[in-house]
Design a binder for this molecule. Structure first.
Ligand code: FAD
Ligand code: A2P
Length: 264
């Protein structure tokens, strides 16, 4: 009998792209019943050797209106899930629990003028969804996508996505005027360099983009990276006068971990 038919909540892989030896993205069929807000995450995985599902949290990188679901993933060499998940091919099945949750949603923020998406590494994923979400452009005059990785190759998924938005029939025209993309590297020479934290505190990003320094009246932010990154950015945003919010208490910025680090 075909083992595939035994997977609970099975979805079929429709596309896989490898970006570097540490990063890949893939698309899967979308359960008909699945409703989510752009920016949320779900549990996905594979069946473990012990016959139990091996699941991990993954931000949905596609927008809520898309027919399929997209994910952007790390490859951890010894990672229980991604050491196997990195080998998936079109036609394979994964498990997807259709219970989306998360704090990186528009509902968790008070209205504002500018929205800052601040991400390192795979923390880009929720913003890959939100940058394709029409509501992002309806709610804000400007969106600023700051994404930082060690090397240029690690920025490529985000770069191509931003590039493709200009031709998107749904939001192409909005994006042209409203989305400011500010990618930086920290360990390879590039036209813009430096950690997001440093570019915010030095004011370089505001000068480069011709924007006023962040303030609580006009600016809103969503943050997604390692725990250390999130904590540093949270402190910086608070120094700019912004207050952290949540679904139950909308404020001026929200934070979500891109992964749970070793020992945390
Ligand atoms: P794990 O045992 O889960 O992790 C092993 C170690 O690898 C971790 O201790 C950590 O040091 C490192 N690590 C794990 N994930 C990452 C990462 N993304 N970037 C850098 N280092 C990492 N991962 C994604 O690739 N894409 C996502 O969209 C994504 N969304 C997430 C959303 C939330 C809310 C959370 C909590 C985690 C998310 N993760 C995401 C991480 C994901 O859940 C897994 O940790 C990851 O897929 C690795 O699984 P694993 O079983 O191979 O290794
Ligand atoms: P750096 O190269 O200076 O460490 P990683 O690949 O380790 O997940 O890091 C992804 C990106 O996030 C890197 O460019 C890294 O910069 C940056 N980074 C890591 N930790 C922090 C932090 N605490 N604050 C700001 N940026 C960080």
């Amino acid at each position: 009998m075909d083992a595939k038919t035994h997977l609970p909540d099975a979805q079929t892989i429709t596309q896989v792209t490898h970006w570097t030896d540490r990063l890949f993205s893939f698309r899967v069929t979308r359960p008909q019943s699945l409703r989510f807000r752009s920016g949320e995450f779900v549990m996905i995985g594979l069946m473990g050797d012990n016959g139990k599902p091996l699941l991990r949290a993954y931000s949905i990188a596609s927008p809520a209106w898309d027919d399929e679901l997209e994910f952007y993933s790390i490859k951890v060499p010894d990672g229980p899930l991604t050491s196997r998940l990195q080998h998936i091919k079109v036609g394979d099945e994964i498990i997807l629990r259709p219970k989306p949750v998360g704090t990186l949603v528009h509902d968790a923020l008070l209205p504002g003028k500018r929205m800052w998406f601040l991400a390192t590494g795979t923390g880009l994923a929720p913003f890959a969804s939100l940058m394709r979400e029409p509501e992002s452009y309806e709610k804000y005059d400007q969106l600023i996508m700051m994404h930082t990785c060690r090397e240029m190759a690690e920025l490529e998924y985000g770069r191509q996505l931003v590039e493709s938005l200009k031709d998107d029939p749904l939001i192409g025209e909005l994006v042209d005027n409203k989305l400011l993309y500010y990618p930086t590297t920290t360990r390879e020479k590039f036209h813009h360099m430096g950690r997001i934290t440093d570019n915010l505190t030095s004011g370089k990003v505001f000068t480069d983009l011709g924007l006023p320094v962040m303030n609580c009246n006009e600016d809103r932010a969503m943050v997604c990276g390692s725990l250390a990154f999130n904590l540093e950015v949270k402190n910086i945003l608070e120094q700019f006068g912004l207050t952290e919010g949540a679904n139950s208490n909308p404020q001026q910025f929200v934070v979500e971990k891109a992964f749970v680090g070793d020992g945390i």
